[in-house]
Design a protein around this ligand. Structure first.
Ligand code: SAM
Length: 228
């Protein structure tokens, strides 16, 4: 696990830039009911990786994504796969979910979970999302990147990444990005690593996507684009 000293947050914290985790010496952070619990201690146990899934109300996220049975869903930088698992229960066996992450052990943990849950339509694949995506052309209805774009090693490849997302999306397909609000808070990346919705719109401006939605949560936001 890569850990970096934060320059932007409360004293006595470390930020794990792969997992969106502030490790706070005094213990868990921001444990209110709609917000994140102590990230390393979420259900699922050791080795599952860290999820942003409960940093906002996942029900509102999935209402906004409006997935349907039979849809094909791509989760880039899936981590423990919480979004993929929920998506798979919606799109069903006639649909398909691809969950991609560069960390092999996270993919292995997710694969075991998929098997235990019997989710035939969900495939976890180790992949670096800044390179060619291991997904066919024009087959995806909705692509999600949840708290991944702020990772500098990802956003510096924005052009390649958005080009690849365009390639795999069906015409009229959607890209949904969840990121932490660009504010100081004791959980998540330091403020200087965060992207505001306007900055994401700017980064994607030349890629022929139209912004079609923005939902603000307490700690995060969900911005959606539709491909022309
Ligand atoms: C903060 S976690 C978010 C996990 C998940 N999307 C969620 O919100 O529950 C960021 C994830 O992005 C993955 N990641 C970072 N850079 C990546 C890359 N170049 N290719 C694939 N995955 C990457 C990390 O391994 C990690 O699982």
């Amino acid at each position: 696990m890569r850990r970096e000293k934060s320059t932007g947050g409360a004293a006595g914290v470390l930020y794990d830039s792969e997992c969106l985790v502030w490790t706070i010496k005094r213990g868990c952070a921001m444990g209110d009911e709609a917000g994140p619990k102590c990230r390393g201690h979420e259900p699922g146990g050791h080795g599952r990786g860290t999820s942003s899934y409960r940093m906002q109300d996942p029900g509102i996220v999935f209402d906004s994504l409006a997935l349907k049975p039979g849809d094909w869903f791509l989760d880039l930088g899936c981590g423990p796969g919480d979004y993929s698992i929920r998506a798979s229960t919606i799109v069903g066996r006639v649909g398909r979910v691809y969950a991609l992450d560069e960390r092999r052990h996270v993919i292995e943990v997710l694969r075991r979970k998929i098997q235990a849950l019997g989710l035939d339509g969900l495939e976890a694949i180790p992949a670096d999302i800044t390179k060619a995506l291991p997904v066919g052309d024009r087959c995806i209805d909705t692509c999600l990147m949840a708290t991944v774009f702020h990772v500098p090693g990802v956003s510096k490849h924005a052009e390649t990444l958005f080009r690849e997302i365009r390639r795999v999306l069906k015409p009229g397909g959607r890209l949904a990005i969840i990121e932490c609000r660009k504010e100081d808070m004791p959980l998540g990346p330091p403020k200087e690593m965060r992207w505001s919705p306007e900055e994401i719109e700017h980064a994607i401006r030349s890629c022929d996507f139209e912004k079609t939605g923005l939902v603000d949560f307490k700690y995060t936001y969900l911005i959606q684009f539709t491909m022309h």
